[in-house]
Design a protein around this ligand. Structure first.
Ligand SMILES: Cc1cc2nc3c(=O)[nH]c(=O)nc-3n(C[C@H](O)[C@H](O)[C@H](O)COP(=O)(O)OP(=O)(O)OC[C@H]3O[C@@H](n4cnc5c(N)ncnc54)[C@H](O)[C@@H]3O)c2cc1C
Ligand SMILES: NC(=O)c1ccc[n+]([C@@H]2O[C@H](COP(=O)([O-])OP(=O)(O)OC[C@H]3O[C@@H](n4cnc5c(N)ncnc54)[C@H](O)[C@@H]3O)[C@@H](O)[C@H]2O)c1
Length: 474
């Protein structure tokens, strides 16, 4: 039975753990899927490679408002698709070949595996592996509603929809989260007729209510949006298209014809496919592997030495920058078992690369008010892009920055932005929250470039009614 110094399940964020430290040791890297995991192959990277040209294609809508006539002549979907995957597939393949062929100390098992003990695994093809230390980086997968027609060839998840042949004329997007928002933006930008249908009445749940409300209004002004409808069935019309059937809480039906259906109804951690019972690993209520602050997997509430988990299988964020940070902590802890470091989840930001973009960090207004200790005053500021010079230049009537802070300390508790380049505008606010820079220092300390769009962030900070110390910058 092969025995390793380190066994890693999952070649996404798990791949980065094979540092030079392991050069003279034996490492098993196990992945039954495409080498490189979700972000590279079917997630962050290809989606954003579609988002960018879709944004260019959508520019004619905005240009008309500004007195510039543009037209969208043609979208070469297959060309765009082949350019994107020509690049991505070769990166994945090169990574695979490097691990499989060029590194003598690494064995790549291209197979799914299940645990038979806390440091023992069996691959699907029956190879038993043991290791001194183990990392579970097995990610998550799309959940599919159990309805008739789910297996039709017109029905996709984010794993397959980016590879379809030809730009579909009519797309139905089912769901109201990140993935639904991003793909509705992509297909709308390219000129497909998009219908987005979501079960709950709120899009981008978990976001600040003002922002999700504004996002829903923006979405409804671009594509057809139906809220409060749950998917019932998908029917083959026999002509190459489908009918997508929904019903609301009262049973009222909604039927939308489509060439392509995208199911974006959430993702679940792959914990259930790992044999966690045999390993004795604890699982949290949300299905993620239970870990301590040092990212050691728990068994009966106690951390297992040398057994770590990271990424979507172990956290509720489902974000690549979180998985990457966790991978750095785990890499350190594997190499320094006597000096274990803890993960810090302070100020984790997220962005939805839809049209418009949404970005946020920290608490929503509702969360801040419900969590505030007695006597703590919560203050908010809402600043429209359209109130700043750059917003005038854009004739923007949609973008907004919303900030949430503690009045007495000037501590920024949350920042929520919707609009052009929201993900970039958010970053100084993330920096401030991570570095505990109070609102008055961030607003009045550094110069803010005039008349850049960042002035909307500066003005939102200045508008927050926080208590100023006497020596606050002017
Ligand atoms: C469409 C889409 C867009 C996204 N966009 C963004 C974005 O813009 N920004 C962002 O921050 N995040 C984004 N995400 C989320 C991000 O991709 C994930 O959070 C991140 O990739 C998770 O990394 P991971 O290492 O945990 O898992 P993965 O990268 O999924 O790696 C897990 C690997 O484990 C393998 N595996 C699973 N089970 C087993 C087993 N039993 N045996 C062997 N191998 C196994 C899988 O084949 C897979 O390769 C997006 C996700 C999707 C789906
Ligand atoms: N830019 C990014 O950072 C990015 C992009 C994509 C994905 N992600 C990550 O991937 C994760 C998964 O994204 P997601 O959008 O699939 O999940 P999600 O959980 O955010 O959204 C799922 C949506 O589907 C709806 N839904 C569920 N069942 C339904 C049904 N039967 N009929 C109609 N609607 C239904 C829900 O109401 C919800 O709005 C996110 O949590 C996110 O962290 C991140």
């Amino acid at each position: 039975m092969p025995h390793y110094d380190l066994a890693i399940v999952g070649s996404g964020s798990g791949n980065s753990l094979i540092t030079p430290y392991w050069d003279n040791k034996r490492v098993a890297l196990i992945d039954g899927g495409v080498f490189g995991g979700t972000c590279l192959n079917v997630g962050c990277i290809p989606t954003k490679m579609f988002v960018y040209p879709a944004g260019l294609a959508a520019a004619h809508h905005e240009a008309a408002r500004l007195g510039v006539d543009l037209s969208l002549d043609k979208v070469h979907w297959n060309g765009i698709r082949d350019r994107i995957f020509g690049r991505i597939d070769s990166i994945s393949l090169a990574g695979r070949d490097y691990r499989a062929k060029e590194l003598d100390h690494v064995d790549l098992y291209e197979d799914y595996a299940r645990f038979t003990g806390p440091r023992a695994l069996r691959t699907e093809s029956g190879v038993d592996i043991t290791a001194e230390q183990v990392v579970v980086a097995a990610g998550s997968r799309a959940v599919l509603p159990d309805v008739p027609g789910i297996g039709l060839p017109q029905v996709h998840t984010s794993d397959t929809v980016m590879r379809i042949d030809g730009l579909p004329e009519r797309v139905v997007v089912v769901g109201g989260g990140y993935i639904a928002a991003e793909f509705a933006g992509i297909f709308h930008g390219f000129g497909s007729v998009v219908t987005q249908v979501n079960r709950s009445r709120r899009l981008l749940r978990g976001h600040d209510a003002d922002i999700s409300g504004r996002f829903a209004a923006a979405a409804a002004s671009r594509w057809r949006l139906e809220l409060g409808f749950s998917l019932q069935s998908i029917k083959d019309t026999g002509t190459g298209t489908v009918e997508v059937n929904f019903a609301d809480a009262e049973g009222r039906p909604l039927c939308v014809p489509a060439d392509v259906v995208l199911l974006a109804t959430g993702r679940v951690p792959n914990t259930d496919r790992l044999g966690v019972e045999a390993a004795g690993f604890d699982v949290d209520d949300d299905g993620t592997l239970a870990v301590d602050a040092r990212l050691r997997v728990l068994s009966h509430g106690e951390p297992l030495d040398g057994v770590y988990a990271l990424g979507d299988v172990a956290n509720r964020y489902q974000l690549k920058h979180v998985a990457n940070r966790e991978a750095r902590v785990v890499a350190h802890n594997l190499e320094h078992p006597d000096r274990l470091r803890r993960i810090d989840y302070t100020a984790v930001p997220a962005a939805v690369f839809s049209n418009p973009q949404v970005a946020s960090v920290g608490l929503t207004e509702e969360e801040a008010r419900s969590r505030a200790a007695g006597g703590t005053d919560i203050v908010t500021a809402v600043q429209d892009y359209g109130t700043t010079a750059y917003g005038w230049a854009m004739e923007d009537g949609e973008g907004v920055v919303k900030l949430v802070a503690e009045k007495s300390s000037g501590r920024l508790l949350g920042a929520h932005i919707l609009g052009h380049e929201a993900s970039i505008l958010l970053q100084p606010l993330v920096q401030a929250m991570a570095g505990s820079v109070p609102v008055h220092e961030l607003a009045r300390g550094p110069y803010w470039i005039h008349p850049a769009l960042t002035e909307v962030v500066e003005n939102a900070l200045l508008a927050l009614d926080v208590d100023l110390p006497e020596d606050a910058p002017l």
